[in-house]
Structures are given as C-alpha cells and as structure tokens.
Write a protein that binds this ligand. Sequence first.
Ligand code: ADP
Ligand code: MG
Length: 435
Amino acid sequence: MLDAIWREARERLRRELAAKDYETWVAPLHAASWANGELTVEAPSAFCRDWLRRHFLPTVEAAVTQASGVRATVLLTVNRELDVRGAPERTALRAGVGDPTLVARYTFDGFVVGESNRVAYEAARAVVAQPGLRFNPLFVYGGVGLGKTHLLSAVAHGIASATRGATVVSLTAEDFVNAMVRALRADRMEHFRRRFRNVGILVLDDIQFLAGKRRSQEEFCHTYNALRDGQKQIVIASDNAPHDMPGIEDTLRSRFASGLLADIQPPDPALRLALVERKARQRGFTLDADVVAYLADGWCANVRELEGVLTRLHAVATLSCREITVALARETLGPRAGTNATTVERIIAEVCREFALTRTEIASARRTARVAVPRQLAMYLCRHHTDVPLARIGAELGGRDHSTVAHALDAIERKLERDVRLRQAISAVRGRLRA
Ligand code: ADP
Ligand code: MG
C-alpha cells in the first residue's frame, strides 16, 4: 500500500514539477510509513526538508491525496542515511598525480599558436610561471572549438607539475553547481565552502553555465573572493566576454573583467594552414600543399571541426585505398562549410530579423538608435565570428571605413556592458546563427 501510493504520487509529481525541481527535491525522498491518511516522508537533510516544506508541501500533499484517494497529509522528517554520498570528485587533482579527466594531450606543446590565439596562449604560460601573481583571474573567452578547454587543461597540468603540494582543482561550472546542490541537499555547505576556499589554484571551465543561476553565482562569488584575497590563481573560460554574458550578475562580471581578459578569435589564415598540417601529422599522415590549402580555406572555422574532417578523410582514404587529394576531399566532405562571405550575410540577416529592420535600412546612412545600434551589433558579431577585415565589414554595412567600424565596436561594447536587453538580443542572434 505504502509503496503503491508513493510510486503513484511521485509519478504525478514528476509530471507536475519542473524536471530539475523533481530531481533535486523529490527524487531523493523516501516514504517511511502510511497510516490514517498521513504519509511520513524522509528527506536527506534538514535543508531539504525545510525547502520542501516551504515550496512544495501543498503540491506533494495534493499528489498523495490523488494517489491514495483519501484526503492526505504529509509529515516530513529527516533521515541522514539517505544522504547521497557526495559523488566522487571528478576533476580535483593533487599536484603530481595525473587525473584521467584532464585530457593528457592538452598540453602547451600541442597547442598551435598564431595571431588569433597568441594573447591567450602567452597569458596561460605566464600564469603557470607565476601563479596568483600577475594575471588574476585569467579569463579566456572565445567561440566553440577554439582551444579554451585545451589551454585550461594545459594550465592545470603545468601548475600541478611545477608546484609541489598545491592543490589544483579543475572543473566545469556545471560540476561546481552540481557539487553545490549536493552539498545543499546533504546539509553540508560548510564542508563545500571550506573545500573550495582551501584550493591552491582553481580552474573553472564553461563559466557561462552559471547564467541565470543566482544562488550558484552568489556562492561562486564568495569562493572567488576568498581565493583572490589569498592570492590564489583563478583561471576561467567562457564562450563570451564578461560584458557580453546575459544572466550573469554585475558583481561577478566586474570581478571577471578586473583580471586579464584574453580572447581567442577564429583561426586566421596562417594559423589555419599550420593547424591542418599539425593535426594531419599527429594523425600520422602528410598532405599535399593544395589539400592543406583547400582544408584550411573551407574547413577550419574552428579546430574541432577540422579534427573531425581530418578523421573522416583519413578513414575514407584508407578504406578505399586512395590518396588524399582535393578531389577526394571535395567528394567526401561535400559542399564547403560557410565561407566568410556567407557568414557575414547571415549575421546581417539575423540582426535585421531580431530588430525588424530591412537589409537596406541597416546599411543606410541613418544614425537613429533604432538603426545605428543594430548596425553596430552586426559589426561586432562579424568581428567576432569571422576574420573579415574591419574595412570589409564596413563596406557590407553601408560603406563605412575601418575607423568607423573600430569606433562602433567600442561603442557597442560599452552599451553591452550596461544594457541587459541588448545582451539578450545578441544571445538570441547567436543562438540562431548556431542553429
Ligand atoms: P573549446 O573549449 O574552446 O570549445 P577545445 O579546447 O575543446 O575548444 O578544442 C577543441 C579541439 O581542438 C581539441 O581537440 C583541441 O585540442 C583542439 N585545438 C583547439 N585549438 C587548438 C590549437 N590552437 N592547437 C592545437 N589544437 C587545438
Ligand atoms: Mg571547452
């Protein structure tokens, strides 16, 4: 009876609550007894019990009433045995001890450097040389597949092997949030705080995951302050610059912005050539110059894409016993990925759509904010998602010259800093560009 009622009630709750609420608050519960219309339910911690009582008790009682067919009340108690043992630390590592979750091949030596990623690379090396001293925090940002995680891992390895005894903790923002939620549930926040505040170096990947999560941001802010005060190195990666992260509280953004900001741009032409050669060599084959040029030109918008393309090409060539030629590449890979020109046009089209402008309006001479701001935004996105020179970007947007575009980029960065709605607009456009 007890089991049947609770199973049915949980089923109803699962349908009714947001998946995350269900997973966090209901899934860990245990039904202990059922008598006279009263269901006793055990929660893993006092925190969890109080939270349920405050937020979900009427919902839980309604579900139990429907499941049992009698007007039910729910009594919440604590049973610490239910405490989900903090799942094992996935990514913390002690100096000198290899950690399998940190990708071993992500080293500085394996990182190909060019104009578009040099600042980030140099900054990462400087951090390893003098952790906590010069560039704190180091904030690396850039698009997908451009080497952020690679650089962060290289820093974590580098510091772990250079310093004896310092604890390097390297994890994603998602891991951080999950660890925090587990600690909250298990009523072990003190332990959680102590652990993160005592690390020697904190490396946090994909910080954009904190967007919109106020509680996690607050907690991270405390951790951050404690580490900064103790001159502990913090290294962060994000898909966007601090001023361009919707859903991140100002307190946190200004802290990120106070360190060294290092962006990684899409690879420039010289770097693309170097990457194609190096990645091919790593896979044990060499390519003719014309194949290298072909791949560098059309198939290297980001490095992850290039790696996938090389793997496919190599497999096809091996299986069909053919040489890798431009013809084979064309045949295997199909039509080229978006070129710079099509990307610029797509960006402009998506910005027009977002702001309900026509292509003619956005490239017109008009300077009213209704047109000028979207135009600046389009320039900004072209600058960040292509390697088209500023003069060409200006030409596409009404014949503006290099310095006008540079000025527009400054202006829009300042606006993004202040304007939440603009940050939301830009992330909506980015979302559609990725689709
Ligand atoms: P991100 O975290 O920016 O999305 P990753 O660091 O995961 O990108 O990189 C994707 C892949 O591309 C990885 O296999 C990484 O080793 C490789 N890669 C990226 N940039 C470089 C580079 N400059 N040199 C060598 N490999 C790179
Ligand atoms: Mg990454």
